[in-house]
Each structure stands twice: as C-alpha cells, then as structure tokens.
Design a protein around this ligand. Structure first.
Ligand code: NAP
Length: 487
C-alpha cells in the first residue's frame, strides 16, 4: 500500500477542482494533489456528452473570470468546447502533473490528534492531507428511476450522463424518459436519426427561447483585441441573470411576465391545441429549472415523435407499459431522469471528529456554513456544497467565490500555524436558520412542484436563495472568530 502526504488534497478535476488547484498554485502552494475518479478531467462536462449537450448559461459568463476566453464559437458553448476549455485551463496553469486520474475516493477519516485527513481510495492507495477540498460535484451521481421491472428490459438502456456511443440509434424505436434540462437537448438531436421516439413526460417544463447563435469571427477578434469589450459583455450577462434572482427569490411578479413570454412561445411554436395542452406547465415558473430551447417544440411535433403523458406502470422485457395498459415496444431506453442531488451531496464515507459520519450528521438534510464548512468536520472544505446551487446564473461564479474563501482559510492556517479550523455549531445553525427562512419565500418552495432541489421531506438543501453578489460578499473574508481554531 502506498502512502502519500500532502498539505491539501482536492477531490475531483471538474470546474471546481481545477479552480481550486489554480488558486492554490497562484497563492504559492505546491504540495497538493487532485484525485479524479475518471480517466480524464472535466467532471460533468466529461460525463454529459450526450447528443446535443451544451450549456444553458452563456459561455462568456459560464467560464472563469480570470481566464476569459474571447474565442467561444457560440453564445451557449457546446459540451466539447467547454471540456476543451477546462483542459486548456489545467494546461495553462500547469495543473496536469498534480492530477491523479482513475482514483476514486472511498473514505475520509479525520485524525484529530494529528489534524490530518486520511483519504482511502478504491485502488488501495491512502493519502494524508491537512486539508481536503471536496469538489466532487453537485450533479455527479446519475439517478435511475425506481420503476418496477427496470432491469427486465432486454434491449439497450443507459442514462443521459453515461451515453452509450457505441449503440447506433439509427432506425431504432427509442424511449426517452424525462423532459428536464438534459432531455430537451437530447430529443431534438436524436429524433432525426431514430425510427420512432417515445417521449415519456411526467411534468412539462417551462421553456423560454434560447438567444443563441454563432459568435462571428469579427466579434471574436474584437474580444481578443479589446478585452474590455469582452468584460463588458460578461458584465451585461451577469446583471441580466441577477435580475432573474430577484424574481425567483423576492419578486414573483417578474416571473409572471416571463411565464407570459414562455406561454406565447409555446403558442407560436405548437399549433395543435391538444398537443399544446400536454406541454403546458401547471406549476409556477421557476419552481423547477427554466429551460431554454428553440428546437425542442419543433422536435416534439415531428411525425416520428410520440409524446406520452400517461404515467409509466412498469418496464418489462420488451419495453414500457403505461398505467392505461398500453405496451410500448422498444429497442432502447434513455433515462434522462436527472441526478441524486439533495440526497447525495457527498458520495463517499466521511468520518469527522469522534468518528461521526457526515451522512449521519446530514440525516435531516445536508447543511453547511456558506456551503463550505460543516461543524465537526475540521479542515474539510466543500465547493458546490449544500445550498450553493443556482437557479438563475453561472455556477462558476459560486465556485470562484467558494474557492477564494477556502484559500483565505488555508492561508490563515499556514500563517498562524493552525492544526485545524472547525466551524462553530452555533454559527452553522444560525446561518442555516436564516437561509431556510429566506428559502421559504422563494418560488422553489412555494411554486407547487416537486424538484431535485429538495429532499423527500421538502427541505431545500441545494439552492442559494439570494443574489450571487451577496454570496461573494459573505465569502470575501474568512471570519476566524466563527471557527474553533486549534493551534
Ligand atoms: P432533471 O431536471 O431532474 O429532469 C429529470 C426528468 O426526468 C424530469 O422530467 C422528471 O420528471 C423525469 N423523471 C424522473 N423520474 C421519472 C419517472 N420515474 N418517470 C417519469 N419521468 C421521470 O434532470 P436533468 O434533465 O438531467 O437535469 C438536471 C440538472 O442538470 C438541471 O436542472 C441543470 O441544473 C443541469 N443540467 C444543465 C445543463 C446545461 O445546459 N447547463 C444541461 C443538462 C442538465 P418530473 O419533472 O416529473 O420529476
């Protein structure tokens, strides 16, 4: 068994892990490692490579502020381009030598005496590090629905985040289960290829037009030559998205206006009244993620697509049977059914002070201080931890704010020669009481829907109920007085 000692250990080489590594290096830290379970970096943008995958936040905002890219080919960059961008950042900032691929963390154990985390991995390796920065992703565990007979199906089936590229869809009868953010990108991309597409919809989403398109060579050259123009564009995008936060969290009247646009968009695009009825959402806009697409409604109207709104009764060896007793025979099933988010923020066994397990500490729903520190788990920092997700803007903004905060903590630990920092229980409690109070007023809690934002008991443990600049302000400075410091 190999043993390795580091000052910091980062779990995951997606956007968050790469950001943490870059900032550690920039701050002069050199004794760290990034463990990545996959055979390539990129996190969600490596895994979600399904046909049609692209970002639904503009790339000029969905990218690092310190590494703005003048060359995005489209307003909403496609998956491969985003993955290339992450690879470019790792390369440019010299991170590749720090990344250990094919290494999946299974268990973290805190040694209080030493002030060190022991990190046990699937390949038998054990690492030791004073601080662990968990960047394992909020949406990295694909959820397969608990449908009776699911494993009896004799055809091909796979999840949207584990696309089977060796399976040729041409001429096949294929089911897509789900009509969320992934499905509305997949459906238009595969419907021209398959013989028939059976689209199983449980809840119709709110869809807005996507103001997308190629970014001209002229514009790209301008962004290269005049960086302030690029920054100005990013600034405009930023404030446009912050306005949406105002609607989601404070002023639902704004959403009424947006839902009128969405309803009009549906009416314009779908002439058949019966079909349109099926596509009309019945909950308040914003309660689930608002989707952007120009090609979904046209795809749904293609002759070879059948929108099935009857609920699924079972999956059997030849296909799917719906509650009305109709059997839908299939060659393949695509599960575009989302991820374990509210219930599975951290996917490995974490043992903090006195051997307490994080799952046990979170049995009533995950919570942390600023989505980053959890009382009883010293020197463990999370990026995209509880209640840091966004319904309205770019997650990269939150990632950068959290990484900045963590760096402040790590610098303090180094400068003051601290063994450990552990957020005070009362700090975490007060923060979360205030957070849940704010959440209770948002559309996510009152919008009349069930979403992945909430646990089974309805507690929202995923979203930040405020503007991103409020989060940035709160994470600007590491407030040592809110932590128990051990020297
Ligand atoms: P999702 O939004 O959770 O959607 C899952 C879909 O599967 C929903 O339509 C859901 O229906 C349906 N479903 C689940 N279980 C089902 C069952 N047993 N029977 C029938 N239908 C079932 O998942 P996602 O589309 O993968 O998106 C998840 C998140 O990933 C998004 O909200 C977004 O944050 C992120 N994402 C981002 C992008 C991007 O462009 N940046 C793209 C894709 C995903 P109900 O609504 O009725 O539950």
């Amino acid at each position: 068994m190999e043993n390795h000692r580091f000052e910091q250990l980062i779990i995951g080489a997606g956007f968050a892990g790469i950001c943490a590594g870059i900032q550690l290096k920039k701050a002069g830290f050199d004794n760290f490692i990034i463990l990545e379970r996959g055979s390539h970096l990129g996190g969600t943008w490596r895994d979600n490579n399904y046909p049609g995958a692209a970002c639904d936040v503009e790339s000029h905002l969905y990218s690092f502020s310190f590494e703005q890219n003048p060359n995005w080919s489209r307003v909403f960059g496609p998956q491969q381009e985003i993955l290339n961008y992450i690879g470019h950042c790792a390369e440019k900032y010299g991170l590749n030598p720090y990344i250990q691929l094919n290494t999946s963390v299974e268990k973290l154990v805190f040694d209080e005496e030493q002030g060190v985390w022991q990190v046990l991995c699937n390949n038998g390796k054990t690492y030791f590090a004073q601080s662990v920065i968990s960047c394992s992703g909020g949406l990295s565990q694909p959820a397969l629905p608990d449908i009776r007979g699911r494993d009896d199906f004799k055809g091909t089936m796979f999840h949207s985040a584990k696309w089977n590229h060796s399976y040729d869809l041409k001429g096949k009868t294929v089911a897509v289960i789900g009509t969320g953010a992934s499905a509305i990108q997949i459906v238009p991309a595969i419907v021209p290829v398959v013989k028939e597409l059976q689209l199983f919809q449980r809840t119709p989403p709110w869809i807005m037009p996507k103001i997308d398109g190629d970014i001209s060579a002229f514009r790209r050259n301008m962004y290269s030559a005049l960086p302030f123009m690029r920054s100005f564009y990013r600034w405009r995008l930023y404030w446009f998205h912050e306005l949406a936060a105002y609607g989601f969290t404070r002023h639902p009247a704004l959403l009424k206006f947006a839902s009128k646009i969405s309803a009009l968009f549906l009416k314009r695009n779908v002439k058949d009244e019966a079909l349109r009825k099926k596509l009309e959402p019945s909950y308040t806009m914003g309660c689930k993620r608002v989707l952007l697409s120009n090609d979904y409604y046209p795809a749904v109207q293609r002759e070879n697509l059948h929108l099935i709104t009857e609920h699924i009764d079972e999956i059997n060896n030849t296909g799917i049977k719906t509650k009305d007793g109709v059997q839908h025979n299939l060659d393949a099933i695509v599960f575009a059914t989302g991820f374990y988010a509210a219930e599975g923020v951290v996917m490995f066994d974490v043992r903090g002070r006195n051997g307490v397990s994080l799952n046990e500490a979170w049995k009533d729903g995950a919570e942390a201080y600023l989505g980053t520190s959890v009382a009883g788990f010293p020197n463990l920092f999370m990026v995209v931890g509880p209640n840091t997700g966004l319904g309205h803007s770019s997650m990269i903004l939150m990632i950068e704010a959290q990484v900045h905060y963590i760096l402040e903590a790590i610098k303090l630990m180094k400068n003051e020669n601290l063994k450990s920092v552990d957020v005070k229980t009362e700090t975490q409690k007060a923060f979360n009481e205030d957070l849940q109070q704010k959440l209770s007023k948002t559309v996510w809690q009152s919008g009349g829907c069930v979403s992945w934002y909430q646990t089974k008991t309805g507690k929202n443990v995923t979203l930040w109920p405020d503007f991103t600049f409020t989060f940035m302000k709160k994470t600007k400075k590491f407030e040592a007085e809110k932590y128990e410091l051990v020297r």
